[in-house]
Write a protein that binds this ligand. Structure first.
Ligand SMILES: Nc1ncnc2c1ncn2[C@@H]1O[C@H](COP(=O)(O)OP(=O)(O)OP(=O)(O)O)[C@@H](O)[C@H]1O
Ligand SMILES: [Mg+2]
Length: 293
């Protein structure tokens, strides 16, 4: 057995993180001593772990400051995967603007923070729109509105901003209703597998407050155009300061098709992504090889 590795989870996620048991099993089979630990367990001495891999700290968005302090602490006494600087960059979807500026295709996004006046920024195209917080996971506080419902959308933005958060507005990409989104999973910089996630936002539905929305997941074979965007993402990340010249050990690239037929980034998951090990033979083993070893 090698030095122990912690897979950081949360009390609310432990029993619902479907990747955790297969990863622990695959680690054990590879002779790696890995244990699941709640990130906020005050009795844990993180320095006893050779590596701390963030797995399912799914309540972090509601406790961001505490979580960021935890990542800094762990990084100072052990090796945090992905690194704290990557977590800090990825926890706020304003990174989409940075990716767009770097020439990557992103879902067009407008941001409204405390101090900004308009709740639906000028330039947002007329049509269906999505309102969500920039710090979010599991589709929480996210909703879709028709243009005729934009007063409701504005109220949603004001609610988020009034609560001290930054809101974002995007066009609702209608292809999602037909095709869902595609997530590309890269472990150690190599593609492991891809999945399709069905649409999550129903018209006229209120924003969910649950830990995560019910998801419909199936395995898919990515098309070359999607893989090209995935490669572009990996290349672009290493050039950004928080990545210090290396590709993160795990990367999930979520793509949607735009009306023009191109694929655009809906989000990058570099913190605590579901990796859908059950959909792809050998995925847990590939993660263990690339990330835990
Ligand atoms: N612009 C959009 N067009 C179409 N669908 C969208 C758009 N934005 C969000 N959605 C839908 O809402 C879901 C949640 O949005 P998003 O992935 O951006 O937020 P999240 O809270 O980080 O979710 P998670 O962490 O679960 O992936 C998406 O999976 C998608 O179904
Ligand atoms: Mg998502």
């Amino acid at each position: 057995m090698s030095a122990p590795i912690a897979l950081a989870t949360a009390a609310v996620a432990r029993d619902v993180d479907e990747d955790l048991p297969p990863l622990l099993r695959a680690a054990h089979d590879a002779g790696i001593e890995a244990v699941a630990v709640d990130w906020d367990d005050a009795s844990t001495d993180w320095s006893t772990f050779e590596r701390v891999v963030i797995r399912s700290t799914w309540d972090y968005t509601q406790r961001l400051e505490e979580f960021m302090a935890w990542t800094d602490h762990v990084a100072s006494v052990s090796r945090l995967v992905n690194p704290a600087s990557v977590v800090a960059w990825n926890c706020d979807k304003r990174y989409l603007a940075a990716l767009g500026a770097a020439g990557l295709p992103v879902v067009p996004s407008w941001f409204v923070g405390p101090g900004d006046s308009a709740s639906i920024p000028a330039g947002v195209p007329e049509g269906e729109i999505v309102v969500k917080p920039t710090v979010s996971a599991g589709s929480r506080d996210t909703a879709r509105y028709r243009w005729a419902q934009r007063e409701q959308a504005e109220a949603h933005v004001r609610r988020l901003v009034g609560g001290g958060r930054t809101a974002m507005v995007q066009p609702y990409e209608p292809t999602v209703d037909r095709d869902g989104e595609t997530a590309l999973l890269y472990f150690g910089g190599a593609l492991s597998h891809a999945i399709r996630k069905g649409p999550l936002l129903r018209p006229d539905a209120a924003p969910t407050r649950a830990l995560f929305a019910e998801e419909h997941i199936t395995a898919v074979e990515p098309v070359p155009e999607q893989l090209a965007v995935g490669e572009q993402v990996l290349d672009a990340l290493v050039a950004l300061d928080p990545f210090a010249g290396s590709t993160p050990d795990y990367v999930r690239v979520d793509l949607v098709e735009r009306a023009d037929g191109g694929f655009a980034i809906l989000e990058l998951e570099l913190i605590e992504p579901s990796i859908f090990t059950a959909t792809a033979h050998g995925a847990a083993e590939r993660f263990v090889d690339a990330v835990l070893r």
